[in-house]
Design a protein around this ligand. Structure first.
Ligand code: SF4
Length: 332
């Protein structure tokens, strides 16, 4: 990928460790996961997906605010000294982690410090796999999104940067998959009226059958999203699943967000830390990622829950319904 030549700056948070590292959180599929956010202070992504749980933001081709790699490496090493019993170290971003230009430097520097039995994982939108293949080859697991193969559906659901072309992205996934030695997982997220046509689904399934894939996660929206879009029902997802016959498909089993397992529960649910987060930090967290009401009790300390009530009383945080769940969201 093009190396970023724009300004290099560290997150404005007074504690980079707190903003870069989150968790560990429990994931049904990956176990106990410690998260790394490579863009903790800004949304930086080359997509602007209609279902994004972050705020709307125009897509960018490269990160404009880049964490110094040594700060990321140091934060990860410190966190690994504290959290020795994790199953997975998960790289994400408020945006797209493969846009981080120092990914190779970071993953190769921290891999020797992973506790025995701990795997590395990256959660990507799939647009940049070839450009970052040297870095991605160093990960034990790569999970990528593939919401569309039909070009019109791709533009409608993922709202990509003008420089991106779905044919090139597919070629990139194919090329990367052909030599990657780790576990490759695909995620397909369907949005009503955007990418749920049979034509698109058959094309996705056909594409995935041609590459060595360990698992395909098929799902729909279950959190408040950047745009006003509708999810598919679980019944409809079940019907769609037949199109993916022959593939190692997993459907969401959840009816409540307590069972959530996907990028969300790795990236969206930082648990309570040993010292309570400030009201401002909580507001920033919720503004970035809506938190399910029934998860708040698990991930926030009593002091933080009290702060949350104050934010609600002040009107800074409101409760929104999405599907069968309620979420704390920031009032923009
Ligand atoms: S959902 Fe992921 S890929 Fe899509 S805009 Fe949000 S951060 Fe980017």
């Amino acid at each position: 990928m093009p190396q970023n030549t724009k300004k290099s700056s560290i997150d404005s948070s007074p504690n980079p460790l707190e903003s870069i590292i989150f968790g560990p959180v429990r994931s049904r599929r990956f176990g106990l996961s410690l998260g790394v956010d490579l863009s903790p202070s800004h949304k930086q992504c080359n997509f602007d997906c209609v279902y994004c749980e972050l705020h709307k933001a125009g897509p960018m081709d490269s990160m404009e605010v880049v964490l110094p790699p040594q700060a990321v490496i140091q934060a990860i090493k410190q966190a690994l000294q504290v959290h020795r019993a994790i199953d997975v170290l998960s790289f994400t971003a408020t945006g797209e982690p493969t846009l981080y230009p120092h990914l190779y430097e970071v993953i190769t520097a921290v891999t020797p410090f992973l506790p025995q039995g701990t795997k590395s994982l990256i959660l990507s939108n799939g647009s940049n796999l070839v450009a970052q293949k040297h870095a991605l080859n160093a990960f034990d697991m790569v999970k990528f999104s593939l919401d569309a193969v039909v070009p019109s559906a791709f533009k409608k659901v993922d709202r990509p940067s003008k420089s991106l072309d779905i044919a090139q992205i597919l070629q990139g996934i194919r090329e990367f998959a052909s030599s990657y030695k780790g576990e490759l997982i695909a995620e397909v997220l369907l949005v009503q009226g955007h990418n749920d046509t049979q034509e698109n689904l058959y094309a996705i399934a056909e594409f995935l059958r041609q590459i060595p894939i360990s698992r395909v996660d098929l799902g729909s929206i279950d959190r408040p999203s950047a745009y006003a879009v509708k999810p598919l029902s679980n019944e409809r997802l079940q019907e769609m699943a037949e199109i993916f016959s022959g593939l190692p498909l997993m459907l969401p089993s959840r009816v409540s967000s307590k069972n959530q397992d996907s990028q969300d529960d790795l990236a969206q649910n930082p648990p309570a830390k040993s010292s309570p987060r400030s009201k401002e930090t909580l507001l920033k967290l919720i503004a970035t990622r809506p938190i399910a009401c029934d998860e708040a009790a698990q991930i926030f300390s009593p002091q933080e829950l009290a702060q949350l009530q104050t934010l609600i009383a002040q009107g800074a945080v409101i409760i929104k319904q999405q599907g069968g769940n309620k979420f704390y969201t920031a009032k923009h």
